[in-house]
Ligand binder design. Sequence first.
Ligand SMILES: N[C@@H](CCC[C@H](N)C(=O)O)C(=O)O
Length: 295
Amino acid sequence: MDHVNDMVKGIRFLKGHGTENDFVILPDPDGLLELSPAQVALLCDRRAGLGADGILRVVRSAAHPEAREHAEAAPWFMDYRNADGSIAEMCGNGVRVFARYLVEAGLVEPGEFAVATRAGVRHVRTSAEGDVTVGMGRALLPGPDTGIEVTVGDRHWPAHNVNMGNPHAVAFVEDLAHAGNLFGAPEVAPAAVYPEGVNVEFVVDRGPRHVAMRVHERGSGETRSCGTGTCAVMVATARRDGVDPAVTGEPATYTVDVPGGRLVITERPDGVIEMTGPAVILAEGEFDADWLARA
Ligand SMILES: N[C@@H](CCC[C@H](N)C(=O)O)C(=O)O
């Protein structure tokens, strides 16, 4: 293997996941790694690349134009990309994995700290057991919340418009299998409600304050979990149940099962949503910079 090692101009990466929403993590403290959409897509390719639902580039906030203003409060910026190379504002599972990486790399002390994202600063709390809690900010219910329809094949469902920094359409269905194979994006109408595209969640009840969902993610296809999606689902389900912590003054907690595991979502009376779940770093290595440059 020595000749291979001699040849490789290595770029370091790690692999991690949160409830099986998986990421390639690229430590790039000085923000020197310019990634084209084609390069991101190659890295995320499960046959020709490393394979992932998305990329988490780890950049010092001070070194990134989109995060410089947060450098003092949140020294590290999560530059998230979807598997197709597109940029998204926010990734809930990604923030937990990003936080776990910062702790394991010794870049922050475990416990409470802040992470800069395109959707703003997010406060995280790591536990020694592996779970990470993230203050995901407030859900926006931008409207319209009626007249939105999700279609898969010949089935149609009304959907709720929830923004968690990124856009979601939440549809309550009778059976998660009715969402079909989700190889392609579900149709969401009217398309004008989501000019930047949308993540679509299909939800069934499992018990009191307990639901299960599948998701088709904008830019990544069906994934095993979507953190922002579970928050959007929690809020849509709570309102459907007549639960609003801003009115009762009591926090509301829902359990949201995803194909890759379980997340616990709490909405506080001040509207801030907290997401708790696992975050795992499972491998690290190097790939050939020339291979990526050829993409
Ligand atoms: N998997 C993520 C969401 C990633 C971004 C999404 N695909 C979008 O384009 O908005 C999560 O855990 O929240």
